[in-house]
Design a protein around this ligand. Structure first.
Ligand code: KIV
Length: 271
């Protein structure tokens, strides 16, 4: 097989096209090669090696203890099973305190991990970092709304941007990050109306988790989708797709189909 006949991988341009054509983007997290292979086969567009691995793989209470080496290890594992989906690596807590440190670490996720995009949490304060990564050819997803790496400042995982001033600030942050060169926005736990405002304000795709059905795409943590999260810990915005499906691959295919058809998330999953 020649280089040009290889399996076509989802690219940033393809994600832009999906937004332009109104086709929803289906994203999920994964942390190892076996699940990456299953997600890839089921048609997931973007696989995120999330720092949620600190909780669902390592058993911590928060994502704060996760290190660059941890994310690198899991990104390498996922890269071996992921041929079609765009592979995004999460920049963990304190791996981007300055634009220069961010550049060094992001480069490692692409060169050593095999990722095609990095994700970082933050608003306009990350503008210089996003600009530097973009200038160096590193695709970036900017994560707004609930930022789990700031849990010790926030005090609790709660919906962000309910007040008018906070909502306006989030729209400004989204615009600033898109202008700086971000390729994707991820909105976690924000009211649907605010997510729709941001979707309309920027030309880049907006992926939601607890941000309503209007987003250009959806993402969930794999362990929630596969019913591994205890009922008491299941976030309101998530859904167990294994329930009612015959196995993991069927569950993931159902998730992809429901996202693409606009059937997930339903009103009960939104704020
Ligand atoms: O780390 C993660 O899994 C994430 C998702 C919540 C999107 O950032």
């Amino acid at each position: 097989m020649s280089r040009h006949q290889e399996v076509r991988r989802t690219t940033v341009t393809r994600l832009q096209k999906l937004k332009a054509e109104g086709e929803k983007i289906a994203c999920l997290t994964a942390y190892d090669a076996s699940f990456a292979r299953a997600l890839d086969a089921a048609g997931v567009d973007v696989i995120l090696v999330g720092d949620s691995l600190g909780m669902v793989v390592q058993g911590h209470d928060t994502t704060v203890p996760v290190t660059v080496e941890d994310v690198l290890y899991h990104t390498r594992c996922v890269a071996r099973g992921c041929e079609r989906a765009l592979l995004m690596a999460d920049m963990p807590f304190m791996s981007y305190p300055t634009p220069e440190r961010a550049l060094d670490n992001a480069a490692r996720f692409l060169q050593e991990g095999g990722a095609q995009m990095v994700k970082l949490e933050g608003g306009a304060a990350q503008e210089a970092t996003v600009r530097l990564l973009a200038l160096n050819g590193i695709p970036v997803c900017a994560h707004l709304g609930l930022k789990p790496q700031s849990i010790h400042k926030l005090g609790a995982y709660r919906v962000q941007g309910r007040e008018a001033a906070a909502a306006d600030a989030m729209v400004r942050d989204a615009l600033a990050l898109a202008e700086a060169g971000a390729d994707l926005l991820l909105l976690e736990c924000v009211p649907s109306a605010l997510a729709d405002r941001i979707r309309d304000a920027v030309t880049i795709p907006v992926i939601g988790i607890g941000a309503g059905a209007g987003c250009d795409g959806q993402i969930l943590v794999l362990h929630d989708v596969l019913g591994l999260t205890g009922a008491g810990d299941m976030p309101r915005f998530a859904k167990d797709f294994l329930a009612g499906n015959d196995g993991i691959e069927a569950a993931v295919r159902d998730y992809v189909e429901q996202v693409k058809a606009g059937r997930f998330p339903a009103a009960e999953h939104a704020f």
